[in-house]
Design a protein around this ligand. Structure first.
Ligand code: MG
Length: 186
């Protein structure tokens, strides 16, 4: 599998946002079969700020409107069985994850490609790392979602926690493969 749906939870909506969590799932766009999942929370948010990354007041307000399960990604103590790691460990793990799921052929989907993909690429830059995929591999779920709405494609039922980065990635993948199926055979 070399398609990867990426979802981030962040503390701003600009490309230099502080990143709270990284979720992803590998998938086969033809069959909709899901592969390896990825989820980490980042513990060193202040460190990201010290590198110049941003927290927006409006986004903090948005977090305050979310339920307690979503907010645990930001709380001092993570939920049980959740990996909470420092920024560089998270980025190294995600790079290994891409290597295992398509490596240089990996296509990275974001909602949109100018949001999740840009922010994560920028986080690699902040860490002094090269992003493990090139811009030519960016794919935009937001564009396909709009196309699906325009064609009356009914999204699949939503499972999991809204705004949990992994649950969002899984839902977005299920929605995307539904839309691709409606667009006809490849
Ligand atoms: Mg999300």
């Amino acid at each position: 599998m070399n398609n990867i749906m990426l979802d981030l939870e962040t503390l701003a909506t600009t490309s230099d946002a502080v990143v709270v969590s990284i979720g992803a799932v590998a998938f086969d766009p033809t069959t909709g079969v899901l592969g390896e999942r990825f989820y980490v929370e980042l513990q060193d948010l202040e460190y990201q700020q010290s590198l110049g990354r941003k927290i927006s007041a409006n986004t903090v307000r948005w977090w305050l409107d979310q339920g307690p399960i979503v907010q645990r990604a930001l709380a001092d103590t993570p939920m049980e069985h959740v990996d909470r790691v420092d920024m560089r460990t998270a980025l190294e793990r995600f790079a290994r994850y891409i290597e295992r799921n398509g490596d240089r052929e990996a296509l990275i989907w974001g909602n949109g490609a100018d949001f999740d993909n840009m922010i994560l690429g920028s986080l690699y830059q902040s860490a002094g790392y090269k992003a493990p995929w090139s811009y030519g591999r960016n794919r935009c779920y937001r564009t396909l979602k709009a196309l699906g709405i325009a064609r009356g494609v009914i999204p699949p039922n939503r499972a999991g926690v809204h705004h949990n980065a992994l649950d969002d990635a899984v839902h977005q993948t299920e929605h995307l493969t539904t839309i691709l199926a409606c667009l006809g055979p490849r």
